[in-house]
Design a protein around this ligand. Structure first.
Ligand code: ATP
Ligand code: MG
Length: 518
């Protein structure tokens, strides 16, 4: 008998409805899966067989053919396991589904538990859009599934539970211990050692009250976060670059509704939503180590998962020790910094992920770290010091609006100065300036503007324009550098509550470009 069920697959951030047709017929016993399955799907065969047996059902000694349609959709992952297993039981006549159909999402363990899968949010969305009214999902994925309106999402912990949902009257012939009962199942991805951590940083957040001295760098960070300008901090070891960056999570405004949905979808597809987590409200802060691979940065791997640039979407990507990253990895940032998206492909499959992030980076000025230090001599070989920052390519530096030198903090400032301002009031100023900028700019931050549009938005007075002109001429700014200073001046004006950019705003912005020539 032929059974037809519905499930879904992922293509980038989008779900695709998959029709799971299972034919159980007399013939040589075996299970064949057709419809471009990858290795994960051939493994599905083993999981389905064991899960059915261990849930107390007979596994049919017949010829079973599974077709996953449409054939042209490349399928990866294990989200169809549950639909295939139910299809086998229905096709064999072991269970009889009640009226009304269920869509099913979930990976099966050999014992018959239903395991969480990545991308439940976009997969349930596409099922709802295709007119499905009910979907069974793994327990840990229920909160994200329930974000989708117009479809009833129900959690199932085991194949047995899914059977009872689809066919309330059926009972397994033999009850073996284990997975037929929710109480026996521990579905907790937090406890799952394979579940990746939700943040790459491992970096503990800090408060600005802990950052002594560095008034200029503190202010630069405030400007950068207010206008979403990319920022580079340069300084000797121990100046507090990493410490300052650790204050960023506490300075970021929460996500609005649309951003929250985008960030949650990326986290869902990456399998990084924690058990029971629904909508993400905190702006991402990602701090990958400089040894990370190209694929980890841009995305990829067998399942074409999003990388750091996408996990930082709508938030901050912090690259500590910038010059130590592989050149390839840094070059890969150009496309996302320019377009706000990243394209990846593997084995003929291509997907595009969002990647609109703010870049904050820190580096020593040279390999030994003491170039231009007033006290300690630089120990680099001749020529080596100059070459160090050149490792970071020009096109990447071109995208950085603010450059800040952080000298070493003198001991008396570390030990005797009164407590500086804490993060809270700074976060409030940043949020207000960000809101003002977005309101004026049609929802986009100051960092996203150039050319005529920027001139309109800046509403600069005559003195401001003249000053910028003079500076640009004197220091031979490129058009890009001129726009950069103008953008930053617009943010300074926002922080100071100026409707239009003044000459003081321009000179403050120019001070944030110290390292332009590096
Ligand atoms: N400005 C500062 N205020 C208070 N403490 C500081 C400051 N700068 C450094 N420290 C102390 O020194 C430690 C090291 O600083 P941090 O790691 O931020 O330096 P860094 O500039 O990132 O150096 P490196 O170039 O070696 O990475 C901090 O954890 C903190 O305890
Ligand atoms: Mg550091």
């Amino acid at each position: 008998m032929l059974a037809t069920l519905f499930s879904a697959a992922l293509a980038g951030l989008d779900g695709r409805v998959i029709r799971v047709e299972v034919d159980v017929a007399n013939g040589l016993p075996g299970l064949t899966i057709v419809g471009l399955p990858d290795t994960a799907l051939s493994e599905a065969r083993e999981r389905v067989r064991s899960a059915i047996r261990n849930s107390g059902y007979d596994y049919p000694a017949r010829r079973i053919t599974v077709n996953l349609a449409p054939a042209e959709v490349r399928k990866a992952g294990a989200s169809f396991d549950l639909a295939i297993a139910l299809g086998v039981l229905i096709g064999d006549g072991e269970i009889r589904p009640a009226a009304g159909s269920w869509a099913l999402l979930g990976e099966l363990s050999l014992g018959g538990e239903v395991r969480p899968v990545p991308g439940v949010l976009p997969m349930v969305s596409v099922l709802a859009a295709a007119g499905h009214r009910r979907v069974a999902v793994p327990c840990a994925n229920l909160p994200e599934a329930r974000l989708v309106p117009g479809i009833e999402s129900v959690a199932v912990a085991s194949l047995g539970e899914a059977v009872r949902l689809v066919s309330p009257r059926s009972r397994p012939r033999v009850v073996v211990g284990g997975a037929t009962d929710r109480a026996a199942v521990a579905v907790d991805p937090i406890a799952d050692p394979q579940a990746p951590p939700s943040r790459s940083d491992g970096v503990e957040s800090a408060d600005l009250v802990d950052v002594r001295g560095q008034a200029f760098a503190r202010w630069a960070l405030e400007v950068a976060l207010a206008g979403e300008h990319n920022l580079l901090l340069v300084g000797p070891p121990g100046a507090g670059k990493t410490l300052l960056a650790r204050t960023v999570p506490g300075l970021l405004s929460p996500l609005d509704d649309d951003e929250a949905l985008e960030v949650t979808i990326v986290a869902s597809v990456a399998g990084l939503l924690r058990s029971g987590e629904a909508l993400r409200r905190t702006r991402p802060f990602r701090a990958p180590h400089h040894t990370l691979s190209y694929a980890a940065m841009v995305g990829g791997g067998p399942s074409l998962a999003p990388g750091e640039v996408s996990l930082a979407h709508r938030g901050v990507l912090f690259l500590d020790e910038l010059a130590e990253f592989d050149r390839d990895v840094l070059d890969a940032l150009r496309q996302p910094l320019e377009e706000g998206t990243v394209g990846i492909s593997r084995a003929g499959r291509a997907v595009r992920f969002p990647a609109r992030f703010q870049l904050i980076a820190a580096t020593n000025p040279c390999r030994c770290g003491y170039r231009d230090d007033p006290i300690r001599p630089c120990r680099c070989r001749p020529g080596e010091a100059e070459g160090y920052l050149k490792r970071v390519s020009g096109p990447l530096l071109d995208r950085i609006d603010c450059f800040v030198e952080m000298p070493r903090v003198p001991p008396h400032e570390l030990l005797r100065a009164p407590d500086p301002e804490s993060s809270e009031p700074v976060a409030r100023r940043i949020a207000a300036a960000r809101a003002a900028a977005r309101e004026r700019n049609g929802g986009r931050p100051n960092a996203a503007h150039a050319g005529r549009r920027l001139r309109l938005l800046a509403q600069a007075d005559r003195d401001a324009t003249r000053l910028l002109e003079r500076m640009a001429e004197r220091d031979r700014y490129s058009a890009r550098a001129t726009h950069r200073a103008f953008r930053v001046a617009r943010t300074v004006a926002d922080l100071r509550g100026h409707a239009g950019v003044t000459a003081e705003d321009v000179s403050a912005a120019i001070a944030l470009r110290q390292r332009e020539a590096a």
